[in-house]
Design a protein around this ligand. Sequence first.
Ligand code: NG1
Ligand code: ZN
Length: 544
Amino acid sequence: MAHFQEVSKRSTLHSKPAGLVLQYGTAGFRTNAKHLDHIMFRMGLVATLRSKKTKAAIGVMVTASHNPEEDNGVKLIDPMGEMLTAAWEGHATHLANVEQQELPSVLEDMIEKESIDMSQEAVVFVGKDTRSSSDSLSQAVLDGVHALHGHSKDYGLVTTPQLHYMVRCHNTQGLYGEATVEGYYSKLCQAFIELTKNTPNRTDDQKHLTVDGANGIGALKVREMEHHLKRELQVSLFNHGDGQLNHQCGADFVKVQQKLPTGIKVNTGERCCSFDGDGDRIVYYYTSSDGRFHLLDGDKIATLISTFLKELLIQAGLNLKLAVVQTAYANGSSTHYLEDSMKVIVRCTKTGVKHLHHAAQEFDTGVYFEANGHGTVLFSKAAEEKIKQLADDPNTDDTRKRAALLLRHTINVINQTVGDAISDMLLIEAILALKGMTVQQWDAIYTDLPNRQLKVKVSERRVVDTADAERRAVSPAGLQDAIDGLVKKYRHARSFVRPSGTEDVVRVYAEADTQESADSLAHEVSLAVYRLAGGVGDEPKPLH
Ligand code: NG1
Ligand code: ZN
């Protein structure tokens, strides 16, 4: 076929290093940038076929998120702005790993298996982060698209969630918003200004926020957006690109190290947040006068947002099902608070945003966050319609109308396609303003249980198999019994282990009533993994 002659010709410019095998992992392909040129070209091909199949625009984002500068990666975006469906991850992995000369026959198989009409037009949106390798890698994606005669739109430097947003806007014919960066800023910022209009006594301190941009794309985009906020939010931006990407800064560093990022100037008690390298994660924090660092992670964010939404739904008299979706990494205190005090439904899924996203879709209002700060809120079509009707109904009384309008603006400030640091930041800032709440008051809603995360190197991490949303180990034999026995020795304790989806390790999580107990439980469980699951290298050492 003529199509494939072009593919064969162009693929020689994007040759695959011999013997390299990569998997479409939790968040697409990700590794050192120098191994990725052929992957990018081939993902251009996959995206073009996916576009023909779905008769919709597909997105390809070139980024390695919170990884170091020398890495890169690629994420594919499906028509409604969600992550690529699991069914196609297999196609992507297969095409990524075949030898060059096999490309045409593998493409042919895919086309047949998926019954793709090759005369259908294809449109692929491409975006990239600020890594030095992203320029040429996004060109390789475009080359792949053009090799199959697809149309492309190169959005250049955008955050990952901005590209997700563009895809959804385009495929809903503008119903979700205008598919431009300006359209994105104007929708989100207008909603933010409408929300904060209801807070006439907001002080300058409340309007001020310190942002750590991780020296990534999120920082550039906050700068670009600023004038749309009309000084209703005044950002002091640090790590805006003057330093190394994700190096000792950004959401992942702050969450894992539980300390301030380098490169920011901040006073005691001031509200700060950190984005990650591609702007899809956010965590908040402050330091108290005793010098202690206080982290407000994805669990605290989910609690703040769900409390706010629940109150508004009650005020609006709307009987809509609200749920919070978490993973096993959610702090036990957050789950107790949500279930026992807030009386909201809590669901636990496997690690990985796509699992949380799907679970959240089952509710009228689904708030989902990973503890690491990746998350958003989804509203069902029916819920959005009910809110709109109530807001537009002239017979609605004042209290219900106010709540319905606030809900409507809240929907517009949220990026429902995927976790979005900019959108989450605007929502959190609006909620704090509306509730007249300080970051300390937000932090005091519940107290996190001390916890510890460790990694254990084993010869084959897949020997650890889990069930019950990764909370129980079903293999190797005896491991779960050992964990149960260890957990019993501590108060308010919980622990689980799972193979990582992005690193060659088994992860161990433990929480308990004191940091010492959490540390010692995590260590003992690590030893059990090491002994029962084929640990390699030295035995894990105690933390103290
Ligand atoms: P793994 O390596 O599978 O634990 C990590 C994060 C996930 C998710 C993915 C994708 C933790 C414990 N795990 O997955 O939440 O964000 O990376 O980036 O934070
Ligand atoms: Zn990210």
